[in-house]
Ligand binder design. Structure first.
Ligand code: GTP
Ligand code: MG
Length: 324
């Protein structure tokens, strides 16, 4: 593909062409070689849409709530892009993407753009692909960007952590709060929604979560995630979730730029990590050297230490030995 064609896809995206939006997201998803140049072309239009990450255990009601939040955005005549990231692999036989997003009502509404992404299909990292896709939706001009993932692993956290505000959705039952604590969901939460408040145990779970949040944040100058209850399935209490999101956005207001820059540092870190991994290992540059060390009978740690020493020598001041 020529540079001219690349530029034109970015132009078409900026002109508001929906086909170009879908295609550019595919570029992001597949780590297309033309993506970095395209991003360059539309970078000045990135940064306008507030980004909301939604995560939580399987079946908590994330998609149902996303559907309701999208409805609320549309009621204000604002447009919204929804990215549903699915971690299911062919091995676990997870549900099909289409089954996981319940936005049937919105399919004919041009003000809602829905896209699913399978993590197994993304070359070189789910978080990278998702962040790139959010940048695309933002540049296209969608007023709000949502990204939903099942909170089951680090890769999914990396996806939502790139959003401005992270909404963690929990529901009573299935080991509820303890599970959330164990899986580190609270670490990433800016707002906690206890969904299925129509079911028994929701209030207790809300109290437990409030206590956990309090323990985490007491005496520290940090944001205290509000805990709100709702029944998205019954369209009940969704306004409380919206208010809590709005309060976090208001809190960010003054330092949104710094907040986002810190998240971009993480993005750069991931890109550098991948490039280093590629340069050191995929190209086969390091393996023979390490094999030679191992042949001498040294431990893997000693072999790693030698390699690290070589690397730090060539990287100079940038690299600091991790303190023992
Ligand atoms: N009782 C009750 N059920 C709800 C509520 N909200 C959603 N559900 C149901 O919970 C189930 C899971 O809802 P989803 O919105 O698909 O949950 P999810 O968290 O997106 O699920 P995954 O994407 O598969 O992890 C569905 O059967 C919903 O109808 C609610 O407020 N109360
Ligand atoms: Mg879902």
């Amino acid at each position: 593909m020529t540079d001219a064609t690349r530029a034109s896809l970015a132009d078409r995206l900026l002109a508001g062409e929906r086909g170009a939006l879908a295609r550019m997201i595919s570029w992001a998803e597949n780590a297309h070689a033309g993506f970095p140049a395209a991003l360059e072309a539309f970078w000045s239009r990135v940064g306008r849409a507030p980004r909301l990450g939604i995560t939580g255990p399987p079946g908590a009601g994330k998609s149902t709530l996303v559907d309701e939040l999208a409805r609320a955005v549309r009621a204000q005549e604002r447009t919204v892009g929804v990215l549903a990231v699915d971690p299911s692999s062919p091995l676990t036989g997870g549900a099909l993407l289409g089954d996981r997003i319940r936005m049937e009502d919105h399919t004919t509404d041009p003000g809602v753009f829905i896209r699913s992404m399978a993590s197994r299909g993304s070359h070189g990292g789910m978080a990278r692909a998702a962040v790139d896709a959010m940048d695309v939706m933002d540049a296209y001009g969608l007023d709000e960007v949502f990204v939903e993932t099942v909170g089951v692993g680090q890769a999914e956290y990396d996806v939502v952590a790139a959003a401005d505000t992270v909404l963690v959705v929990l529901c009573p039952g299935a080991g509820d709060g303890v599970q959330a604590l164990k899986s580190g969901l609270l670490e990433v939460a800016d707002v906690i929604a206890i969904n299925k408040a129509d079911l028994p145990g929701a209030d207790r779970l809300a109290t437990d979560m409030e206590e956990s949040v309090h323990i985490r944040t007491a005496g520290r100058e940090v944001w205290t995630p509000p805990v709100v209850t709702c029944s998205a399935g019954r369209r009940d209490g969704v306004e409380r979730v919206l208010e809590a999101i709005a309060s976090h956005r208001a809190h960010l207001e003054d330092h949104l730029v710094e907040h986002r820059r810190a998240k971009r540092v993480q993005q750069v870190r991931q890109v550098v990590g991948q490039r280093l991994d590629h340069a050191l290992w995929v190209t086969g540059a390091c393996a023979p050297r390490v094999e030679a060390h191992l042949r001498e009978g040294v431990t893997p740690y000693a072999a790693a230490a030698r390699l690290f020493e070589d690397l730090t020598r060539s990287l100079g001041d940038l690299v600091q030995e991790p303190s023992a």
